[in-house]
Design a protein around this ligand. Structure first.
Ligand code: SF4
Ligand code: SF4
Length: 226
């Protein structure tokens, strides 16, 4: 999931300067879980904008704002309100915001900051455990990612600064190498991990912007049948 936080309302208003009529778009997926762009937050934003003297021409919460065709379809259902708007305020991650930018030539403003890919430990507790490095190596680390979960990205062993199993950079979090050690000990793989030196990584794989273009199975099956 892409974890987001709300932008300050004053900052949103500043970005909307010059635009009077606003169409607000949320996201029924990650931004709903993060409570930054679900139905409730979109309704709250509509109220705030109206209190600030703006006109809200319409709102929509697509199931997944970053799915361009889906968002486009939902916007079309409110074509009149979309046409009337001077600007679109998008309460989602940057991917959802840019989905809207690809649909309209009008002003598009983000209402959230995108923070990271997150694991949900429980409701309202989101943690960064993967940074999408494009070359997953956690099979070599007892299933735990030192690239993301160690602030120093230590891949060949702990930095030596941990105290009582806690990280020296953030004592509120466990040292990831303490987690890896405990798991690897139970799995009987610690000796292998301790003896290994992390292989060089191919950073070309994480050069941005990245893409993955493939033929969805459903399409290839349809083609094969015809
Ligand atoms: S190694 Fe870590 S950052 Fe890379 S893909 Fe795997 S979990 Fe994500
Ligand atoms: S204490 Fe552990 S998690 Fe923290 S920086 Fe050092 S090796 Fe990384």
């Amino acid at each position: 999931m892409t974890v987001t936080e709300k932008k300050q309302f004053e900052d949103i208003l500043a970005s909307l300067e010059g635009a009077q009529k606003i169409f607000v778009i949320g996201c029924g997926d990650c931004a709903t879980v993060c409570e930054t762009g679900g139905e409730t937050e979109v309704a709250e934003m509509k109220k705030l904008l109206e209190e600030a003297g703006k006109t809200v021409t319409g709102t929509v919460v697509p199931d997944t704002a970053c799915e361009v065709l889906l968002t486009k379809k939902d916007m079309r259902k409110q074509q009149e309100a979309v046409d009337e708007a001077d600007a679109f305020l998008v309460l989602s991650c940057g991917a959802g915001v840019q989905a809207v930018s690809s649909i309209t030539e009008k002003m598009v403003v983000p209402g959230c900051n995108s923070l990271f890919i997150g694991d949900t430990i429980r409701k309202g507790q989101l943690f960064e455990w993967c940074s999408a490095c494009a070359e997953c190596v956690i099979g070599d680390y007892a299933g735990v990612c030192p690239i993301t979960r160690c602030p120093k990205g230590q891949m060949s062993g702990p930095c030596g600064g941990s105290q009582d199993g806690k990280c020296e950079v953030d004592p509120e979090q466990d040292c990831v190498w303490a987690i890896i050690y405990e798991r690897a000990k139970k799995l009987g793989t610690w000796d292998k991990i301790a003896a290994a030196v992390a292989a060089p990584r191919d950073h070309r794989k994480s050069t941005k912007p990245r893409k993955r273009v493939f033929e969805p199975r459903r399409l290839s099956e349809t083609k094969a049948k015809s």
